[in-house]
Design a protein around this ligand. Structure first.
Ligand SMILES: [Mn+2]
Length: 168
């Protein structure tokens, strides 16, 4: 079970597509998460996923810049290989101030990982049995930056999380 998460594409559909292409070159994806701000950009990756990875589930949550996207949820709770995970943009939980509210949101729902964005700063941090995972802003494409975050769920629900850099 392999999850990739991207965030804050802010209208840069080509860059979002490049990041997903890079992730697909590394292997099949079971779940793709967009953590908001540019959430409509998922239109640009839906077809790629459907063509090349039809089993993939796509989750997209709205961010503070996704004005009018009220058809999309602010929070997604999903199961990945028997492990519950949460995705949310982060502004509703004041992620720029601290991660405490995000942690509480995950803990209260029994989630073992919380995917978020908003701060544009990649974060991979275990805290109180929860993985805090922010893939950073995909629109800030530099070779040294993170393209996407990856979580694999192994046997027994063991999580492995990584921030994957742009390869080119
Ligand atoms: Mn934001």
């Amino acid at each position: 079970m392999r999850i990739i998460a991207l965030s804050d594409s802010h209208g840069n559909r080509g860059i979002l597509r490049d990041a997903v292409e890079q992730a697909l070159r590394a292997g099949p994806v079971d779940i793709c998460v967009h953590c908001g701000d540019g959430v409509r950009d998922v239109d640009a990756i839906e077809a790629i996923l459907r063509d090349r990875n039809p089993q993939a589930r796509l989750y997209a949550v709205r961010g503070n810049c996704d004005v009018g996207a009220f058809d999309l949820p602010a929070i997604e709770l999903f199961d990945a290989g028997g492990v519950r995970m949460l995705a949310t943009h982060g502004h509703l939980y004041h992620a720029k101030q601290s991660y405490e509210e995000l942690l509480c949101a995950a803990e209260s729902r029994g989630a073992k990982a919380v995917f978020f964005g908003h701060t544009h700063r990649p974060v991979l941090e275990p805290a109180r049995g929860v993985y805090l995972i922010n893939p950073g802003a995909v629109c800030q494409r530099l070779k040294s930056n993170t393209a996407y975050a990856q979580v694999t769920v192994g046997p027994g629900g063991i999580l492995r999380a990584d921030l994957m850099p742009w390869l080119a």
